[in-house]
Design a protein around this ligand. Structure first.
Ligand code: B16
Ligand code: MG
Length: 217
């Protein structure tokens, strides 16, 4: 039996949160706002524009539209300078094995990410050709927890939502998958991702037996 498998990018396939952190911290500190790892956690799965709005709110800073756009562009230039250093060694443990298992079983695989840099990142880590479809921040108008990104991903691989399985590391992303009526698999802390159907610490905990079971439920 076939299922549609939808992977989030940041936090599931690669750990780009550390680069987002460095770039957001530089931006925030540059306008006199503190920025902690804890705050960075709250930006996971959140779009670039919503992330900057949150940082400004935390720092009680208001900006003109022109300055807002300038800072967003600067943040991305800075972030991309980190992305430029990425290679296959940054793929999170167990991910390639799981992808390869699904490819061998001829299961369609789509990306469902909030990032507008997803193609660039997948290229750097040499995974672009493993995906049948890429739905990312460039293809959607509504950010997670809105289900748009996952519904479009399902459509792009021609699967109905209830036959799709989503791997996600963010609370907003798990909510999006649930709202899309898909099976949600959390990657991270069970206490944080408690709305997911099932949670694993990382892909090394996901056995091929488990993936096989997903094809038969
Ligand atoms: P960009 P995901 C999300 O990716 C990140 O988790 C989030 O921290 C980031 O702000 C967002 O992408 C937008 O990324 O600035 O590259 O467009 O987890 O949905 O793959
Ligand atoms: Mg993520």
């Amino acid at each position: 039996r076939k299922r549609g498998f939808i992977f989030d990018l940041d936090g599931v396939i690669v750990d780009t949160a550390k680069y987002h952190f460095l770039a957001w911290k530089k931006l925030a500190n540059g306008i006199g706002i503190d920025f902690t790892e804890h705050q960075n956690e709250q930006l996971k799965g959140v779009s670039r524009i919503e992330s900057l709005k949150k940082i400004l709110k935390w720092g009680k800073v208001t900006l003109s539209e022109a300055d807002f756009n300038k800072l967003m562009a600067e943040k991305n230039t800075n972030y991309l300078s980190y992305i430029a250093t990425m290679d296959e060694s940054e793929i999170l443990p167990g991910v390639i094995k799981a992808l390869q298992y699904l490819i061998d079983k001829k299961q369609p695989i789509a990306l469902g990410s909030a990032s507008k840099n997803s193609v660039e990142i997948l290229n750097k880590v040499n995974l672009l050709n493993r995906f049948d479809a890429i739905i990312d921040g460039n293809a959607v108008t509504k950010a997670k927890p809105d289900p748009e990104v996952f519904l479009k991903a399902a459509q792009s691989i021609h699967f109905s939502p209830e036959n799709c399985i989503v791997f996600e590391d963010s609370v907003a992303g798990i909510q999006a998958a649930n709202r899309a009526n898909m099976i949600s698999i959390g990657i991270g802390e069970a206490s944080i991702l408690n709305e997911a159907d099932v949670v694993f610490k990382d892909f090394t905990e996901i056995s091929t037996d488990f993936l096989e079971k997903l094809l038969s439920v």
